[in-house]
Design a protein around this ligand. Structure first.
Ligand code: GCB
Length: 660
């Protein structure tokens, strides 16, 4: 009974956003039209970057107001041409696409037509046939607009979609940045400015995820929330369906197993479905049948004086629980050890654009490696990736784009309000993914600054209220990381603001302590011998103070593939190997106590801004950017399979991981 009451209480956590953001799926009542492919494109290179708005480029075809080029969607625009001014462009770019909309979508008054952008970095304004339909701040989450009435106005011409996207980062964006105008005429051309950022990845921009049109009936399933639990052999799926478009509707909710058999059903908009002989959702390598998903089919029926409406939406549901103790992370009440990776959405040519071959390759590599988890460093990844995680049992720490919050002005009210909105959007989008087991609200902010304390208290409390079922963390750098000279903290932080370590702010509120450290790299470079003592001290210090389980959320070293030296020297594959081995020795001592995970930095090499510490990007990948293994990948593979053998329950086919 207590369990059921808890499930009810949990669903009362109300998102402040007034609409849902269900992933668009086809069903007998919903159609979908993907707009991936070639769009026309122009960067607004006018001095104030504002010509597009001044001359209303959205009013007519983009090709009529100036030159245009082909631009693939989804993709970052930066690496598509040979033009360095486009690669490094700051400001508004314009995309346009004409779409022939099925006649029925226009004539059928009972149909809603929705335009959805999976993500566009950073700020977007969208017009349909010259009329503005929406705008959105934030580069990593979806947004939508209903456009039915607009396309009905002009039934003859194809529907023209114009999207202006601006990649400028300011003190109040997430991630933050600053625009610096260089006014010295002896050093810089007239009107010269640069974008400063305080994070270590290239600020790729453009329409990064699919754009599509989809339909629903006028009365439709707007959102579904599920929270799951189990007791012995019985699973519980507490659900809530929110309906839009009518005050009343009849619902039928059916939970189907993988074979299509109904295991529970209900006619209520909210309730608890009981599943006998439940098949739990388990992580990869923890169970012989990982990633088990049920399908919750919601069937809506409604009527008004003009028509009847029927809507069908099927949501994949994994039944599992997550709990944290002083020393353990429990999935389905069993200790889970994160042996995984940090990733980036990053690859040659398409930058941060969603790319299925890359996604599938990365999952194959993670499984080859024996990785059971990853963190979405440093922003929310495409929902398509989370769906893969659900199906393959890969556990996710879901991070918001709160990276590089280093300037005291980024702790103001406007920044906080935006950060809270982003958490709302993130939880709204990802709340139903069983693979998501923890929220990360930020990476290495300058948490020692005085206003950060209240900022993070509010942020973490807010996130816990949004979703009381998942632990919350924020990623901190070890005390040493501040010395690494990057990002240029000292230039942007008035000295007086620097207090002691970021421990002050983080640990009291988070459920799990996540620490990044780069011993023998940014601190004591070249001195591998310091790793054991410093890593040991790091763990003892954090655990001693807060008695919370710890994840080593980043560690690693750059290795230029093919560069060798023995004894090891920095940037060689041997040095990367040595760093890994040294860290692993300490992990092996502490994981028996309170260390609950290790995530290598990074899965693959990735592009960064140009700078004196980066040789065409960050080379801390254990795979190259083209996904070929460096020597370190084999060390990690051996270790992860050994850990899996020790801590998990391997299916027979994984006895010979080399053949995977
Ligand atoms: C970090 C950051 C990550 C960097 C990494 C590095 O602490 O979280 O974004 O890429 O260090 O390689 O410096």
């Amino acid at each position: 009974m207590l369990r059921l009451l808890w499930l009810f209480a949990v669903l009362d956590a109300v998102l402040l956003l007034d609409t849902g953001m269900l992933f668009p799926r086809e069903s007998s009542s919903r159609e979908l039209k993907e707009l991936s492919g070639l769009w026309v494109f122009r960067a607004d290179k006018s001095p104030n970057r504002n010509q597009g708005f001044e001359r209303a480029w959205y009013k007519s075809r983009l090709g009529e107001t100036g030159p245009v080029i082909d631009m693939p969607v989804p993709a970052s625009y930066n690496d598509i041409t040979q033009d360095s001014t486009l690669r490094d462009f700051i400001g508004w770019v314009w995309y346009e696409r004409e779409v022939v909309v099925p006649a029925r979508w226009i004539t059928d008054e009972g149909t809603r037509v929705v335009l959805r952008v999976g993500s566009a970095h950073y700020y977007s304004v969208v017009w349909v046939n010259g009329e503005k339909v929406t705008e959105h701040a934030g580069g990593h989450l979806p947004f939508e607009a209903e456009i039915g009435s607009l396309i009905q106005k002009d039934r003859i011409h194809p529907c023209r979609i114009t999207i202006a996207v601006n990649n400028t980062l300011t003190l109040e964006t997430l991630p933050p940045g600053t625009i610096q105008h260089m006014n010295d005429p002896i050093k810089y051309p007239d009107g010269y400015f640069v974008q400063n950022t305080y994070f270590d990845f290239f600020n790729y921009a453009g329409i990064h995820r699919p754009v599509l049109l989809y339909t629903t009936p006028k009365v439709y399933v707007d959102d579904i929330t599920v929270v799951t639990d189990f007791l012995d052999n019985t699973g519980f799926v507490r659900y809530q369906v929110s309906v839009k478009g009518a005050a009343t509707a009849t619902l039928k909710v059916t939970l189907m197993d993988k074979d299509g058999h109904c295991v529970a059903s209900s006619n209520e908009a909210s309730g608890v479905l009981k599943v006998v002989d439940v098949k739990l959702w388990w992580p990869y390598l923890m169970h012989e049948n990982p990633g088990y998903l049920y399908s919750m089919e919601v069937h809506l029926m409604a009527a008004d004086e003009r028509s009847t409406y029927e809507d069908v939406y099927a949501l994949p549901v994994g039944i599992r629980t997550v709990k944290v103790t002083n020393t353990q992370f429990l999935i389905n009440n069993k200790p889970f050890y994160f042996h995984g990776v940090n990733k980036h959405e990053d690859s040659d040519i398409r930058g941060k654009g969603l790319d299925w071959p890359l996604i599938v390759k990365d999952f194959n590599l993670m499984k080859w490696l024996g990785a059971n988890s990853f963190r979405t460093s440093h922003y929310p990844y495409a929902e398509e990736i989370l769906q893969m995680c659900d199906r393959h049992g890969i556990v996710v720490i879901d991070e918001c784009p709160g990276v590089g919050i280093k300037d005291i002005r980024s702790f103001g009210n406007a920044s906080l309000a935006h950060h809270l909105d982003v958490m709302d959007e993130l939880v709204r989008r990802d709340k139903n993914h069983p693979s998501v087991v923890m929220w990360s609200v930020a990476n290495e902010p300058a948490a020692e600054m005085q206003p950060a304390a209240l900022y993070f208290k509010t942020l973490i409390t807010h996130t816990k209220a949004l979703d009381p079922t998942r632990p919350v963390t924020f990623i901190t750098d070890s005390n040493y990381a501040r010395d690494k000279g990057w990002p240029p903290v000292k230039q942007i932080v008035p000295d007086k603001q620097c207090g002691s370590s970021s421990q002050i702010v983080q640990a009291p509120y988070v459920d799990v302590v996540c620490v990044n450290s780069y011993f023998s790299w940014y601190h004591d470079p070249g001195h591998l011998e310091v790793i054991p003592i410093q890593l040991n001290a790091q763990f003892e210090n954090w655990y001693g103070k807060y008695q919370k389980p710890i994840i080593q959320s980043e560690y690693g070293a750059d290795a230029v593939p093919g560069l060798h030296s023995d004894p090891p020297m920095m940037f060689t594959e041997e040095y990367q190997n040595a760093v890994l081995r040294s860290y692993h020795d300490i992990f092996d001592q502490k994981r028996k106590q309170y260390v609950i995970g290790e995530l290598i930095w990074n899965f693959a090499d990735f592009m960064t801004a140009q700078g004196i510490t980066r040789v065409v990007g960050n080379k801390k990948g254990i795979f190259t950017r083209q996904r070929q293994p460096k020597a370190g990948a084999f060390i990690l593979k051996e270790r992860y399979w050994r850990l899996a053998n020790e801590t998990g329950k391997l299916p027979p086919w994984t006895k010979y991981p080399c053949s995977l």
